[in-house]
Design a protein around this ligand. Sequence first.
Ligand code: MRU
Length: 349
Amino acid sequence: MQADTVQAIAWCDDHIRILDQTLLPAQEVYIESRDLETVADAIRRLAVRGAPAIGIAAAMALAFEARKVQAATIEECIAALLPVYELLRSTRPTAVNLQWALDRMMAKARAAGAASVDGLKSILVAEALAIHAEDIENNLAMGRFGQEVVPQNATIMTICNAGALATGGHGTALGVIRTAAGSGKNINVVACETRPLLQGARLTAWELTAYGIPFKLITDGMAAFYMKKHRVSLVITGADRIAANGDSANKIGTYSLAVLARQHGVPFYIAAPRSTVDPAIANGDAIPIEERAADEVTGFGGILTAPVGTPVWNPSFDVTPAGLIDGIITDRGLVRPPYEANLKKIFMH
Ligand code: MRU
């Protein structure tokens, strides 16, 4: 696959096309969804994943379902969409982009002032496509703003996958890396494999290979020793939800990287669009953390790696305290501490 055609999700009018990320890198298989449950299931089992990408998928699914509604009035049509909204919202709890995209769709439906039910349906399709297009624009903006913290000859450590696969396109953390490499900086990436579902090994390594950006894959447990033995210029990760005080939820293992970065004097940055910031949540303690099935930890690809019945704790995300974050690269610029005050500013214009 060519680098510029990596597309996690696409609106194809008579279906929604989802690249099944559970099968990468072995197979590139596309799901053609024509019903709500197929999209909901794809989000739950991480066929489509990454905070912005699941928001886009949910917005498209809501628009697709809206087109099927038989309603005499706009109010009836909106009422018929409420269970669709609820079902999609319940698929994954941590990434606020999902809720944000669905709320934006429903707010648009209520405020659109459509002349007819058919008009409302067209407005909702256009809104889902706008959410997708704006996400790509926001990622490109983050890529540009992020250059302020990326020196020439940088070695950048990252975790999970925050690339084109996790977004509408280009990526957040990986987008900053791609923009740096594209602008002629000599960039090396250290990709943490990301236990237990290997988004770093399967997806980030796949994307970096496609883009021709040099990288090394390490297991998560190697990060500390890598920082001790080799030069790491900075760490950049994505985020699933950023509280008003800057505490940031991201893939499990991110908090460890932030602690290690502080110990080794390596700057630690988050790259995320405004749709990942949740001003309604005061701090990280209030961020809902998804816990996933035990079998993700006790086995992989159908092979047992722990005895049957092994007790497991499997939080999908952790929360990095704001005090360990040197800056948050947003689509409105680089935000430095104090986050409480400075995150508010990116919503002002
Ligand atoms: O469980 P996942 O694969 O959806 O987790 C994804 C992450 O943690 C990403 O870093 C985050 O969503 C940002 S993606 C641009």
